[in-house]
Design a protein around this ligand. Structure first.
Ligand code: CNA
Length: 338
């Protein structure tokens, strides 16, 4: 772990002496990889490399609304393996909950859709799931909500659920923000607050900062306000300002290092253990602790099926290229790859 020790010590002192009380955090897939859910872009282990056998026109297509609207099968083939209900929060999630318990967390922007920060105990009003979540679902076409029990069954089996409204026939999609879709309206409101004077420290964890518009949030923080990056690699412009501190390594190592420096380690480990126990109990109750197919098995199965059905064609590729070239003239920022 590389760290600018003097600066981290300085930040820790400022937290301990009450000079830093308003922390804003931005998190991404890297805080959940230790929970067993691969991120997107890490070579080999990341989802995009694992999707290679499917020969998608481009890896993000599986989460692009235009692709999903005519080919929802790949998304549902991997849904069981990536479904967050059977996952347990990591100590990094617990660290965010601890910040909230200590009244130090002003706000958390998470790009994750797994809800693990909520499972760890971060209060819902402090969190914006900028890319939505799996908790609810609706038809992507007519937007009519779809029953939870039928959705759970579809995910377990790997089938595409279709709208129940007469004559609609649209595929049902969890309320996760796909590429090409607008972020929740609250995003812009909370983003504006960042540029005001209400932030003493920004904590960026486990994100490549490759997905807009969240990628621009760290730059909205005023010069001179400290920013801590906890990530395997340097990302964005983190590390270019004097007040930046980069803890390069895993998120879990980084939060343990911070907790040690703050004298919070025992409390953190205790909070984490409690959160894991709560989630295990929920998983048992809802039978999500049963083993499902692995991601690799699911991809293999769909590859065979799609080969037989001839669903991946040059025509598909051309249609997608056209979709991608289209400009979105909407007010809200759209989720996109930088
Ligand atoms: P990403 O682009 O895959 O980047 C992840 C970043 O985290 C990379 O910089 C990695 O080096 C780093 N990283 C990976 N593991 C660790 C670790 N254990 N400790 C420290 N750093 C690590 O993912 P982003 O979140 O930046 O991209 C945003 C996408 C990913 C959003 O649309 C999410 O919905 C989507 N996503 C979410 C989940 C989830 O909900 N858990 C999982 C995968 C992808």
């Amino acid at each position: 772990m590389i760290s600018a020790l003097t600066t981290i010590t300085d930040i820790v002192d400022r937290i301990r002496t009450g000079q830093i009380t308003r922390i804003v955090a931005l998190t991404g897939a890297g805080i959940s990889t230790a929970a067993g859910i691969p991120d997107f872009r890490t070579p080999t282990s990341g989802l995009y490399d694992q999707l290679a056998p499917l020969k998608l026109p481009y890896p993000e297509a599986i989460f692009h609304i235009n692709y999903f609207s005519h080919t929802p099968e790949p998304f549902y083939a991997i849904a069981r393996a990536r479904h967050p209900r059977n996952l347990l929060p990591t100590i990094s999630h617990a660290f965010l909950a601890l910040l909230a318990r200590k009244n130090l967390l002003s706000f958390l922007f998470t790009q994750n859709i797994d809800g693990l920060e909520l499972d760890a105990g971060v209060p819902a009003e402090k969190v914006l799931q900028t890319h939505g979540s799996w908790k609810t679902q609706r038809c992507h076409k007519c937007k009519v909500p779809y029953p939870d029990d039928l959705m759970q069954r579809a995910i377990r089996v790997g089938d595409v659920p279709y709208c129940l409204e007469a004559g609609c026939g649209g595929a049902v999609k969890p309320d996760v923000v796909f590429f090409g879709e607008a972020l929740p309206e609250r995003f812009e409101v909370e983003e504006k607050r960042l540029t005001g004077k209400g932030v003493d420290l920004m904590l960026v964890m486990g994100t490549s900062l490759k997905v807009a518009p969240c990628s621009r949030l760290p730059q909205s923080i005023g010069e001179g306000i400290p920013r801590i990056l906890i990530n395997r690699e340097k990302v964005g412009d983190l590390g270019t300002r004097e007040a930046d501190v980069c803890l390069l390594g895993t998120c879990d190592e980084g939060v343990r290092q911070l907790a040690d420096a703050l004298g919070w380690r025992d409390e953190l480990e205790g909070m984490w253990a409690d959160a894991v126990e709560r989630k295990e109990e929920t998983n048992r109750r809802e039978s999500w602790d049963e083993e499902g197919p692995t991601l690799e098995e699911s991809i293999q199965k769909l590859t065979e099926k799609m080969k037989e059905a001839g669903r991946i064609s040059q025509g598909h590729r051309r249609m997608l290229e056209q979709h991608l070239g289209a400009k979105f003239a909407h007010v809200l920022p759209r989720k996109s790859v930088e």
